[in-house]
Design a binder for this molecule. Structure first.
Ligand code: ADP
Ligand code: MG
Length: 233
């Protein structure tokens, strides 16, 4: 809780209402698993971080800017970057961000562990404050599917364990998570726990107006919050 408060206060000091992957620690402070990652400033820092994080499949590199909400839309995400391409990719990401918006605030580049998405399902866990109902916790199919399929469900926070479980039942893609067509079922308990932890986080901090973990990557062996976006008061 104290760690979460520190992240939010740091953001306030930077005078911004919009936070991205620089707020990843907010999630881990509430026990939500996140991939290994570091935010770096400069190509040599990027190389060093990649060396620490790469476990054989390269790394993922993402532009970190409060002015860029959908990073992949502007070419701000590169996956599977091998060590020898890390420095060039760093420069490319910054150039693309500048081309998109010349005066964008660029906090750096995130170097993140590359996850194997073969047996994974990308889900979304989010929160929106409704003027009438208060904090609405959302769960659904995530990644690029979230807008296309709109397969999501909401509950008012705080969300209990049975309620979180029923949110999985509620979406049409539930069979996808539960092992349809010979797929291995994902770690449903991990998903349920993440829904509840997010619910707790937004209940503890009313200053969080909106929060999206998209995607929460769900695999048979666990879940991982790969991307986060929030707005604060
Ligand atoms: P944005 O939503 O801002 O475009 P994301 O961080 O969500 O950026 O990345 C976009 C997509 O890239 C994700 O939905 C996922 O498919 C893929 N991706 C992101 N991070 C990783 C990672 N660490 N390992 C594997 N794939 C990733
Ligand atoms: Mg995303």
């Amino acid at each position: 809780r104290e760690r979460a408060r520190a992240v939010l206060e740091a953001a306030k000091r930077r005078d911004t209402n919009s936070l991205g992957v620089e707020a990843m620690d907010l999630l881990s402070a509430y026990g939500i698993p996140i991939p290994k990652g570091e935010i770096v400033d400069g190509t040599s820092e990027a190389r060093e971080a990649a060396e620490r994080i790469d476990d054989g499949d390269g790394v993922v590199m993402k532009i970190v800017s409060p002015d860029i909400l959908h990073k992949s839309d502007i070419g701000g995400v590169e996956v599977g970057v091998p060590a020898e391409d890390v420095a060039d990719t760093y420069e490319d990401l910054v150039t693309r961000a500048r081309n998109y918006q010349s005066d964008a605030t660029i906090l750096g580049v995130q170097i993140q562990e590359m996850l194997d998405l073969d047996a994974a399902t990308e889900t979304i866990v989010g929160m929106n404050r409704d003027p009438q109902f208060g904090p609405l916790v959302l769960f659904g199919l995530g990644g690029i599917f979230v807008e296309v399929l709109e397969d999501t469900t909401v509950k008012v926070a705080p969300v209990s364990e049975p309620e979180a479980e029923s949110m999985i039942d509620d979406i049409e893609s539930a069979p996808l998570l539960r092992g349809a067509r010979g797929r291995e079922p994902v770690d449903e308990a991990g998903v349920v726990e993440t829904i509840q932890r997010l619910s707790q986080l937004v209940t503890d901090f009313p200053a969080i107006l909106e929060l999206d973990i998209n995607p929460l990557v769900a695999t048979p062996s666990g879940v991982s919050a790969v991307d986060v976006r929030l707005t604060i008061d």
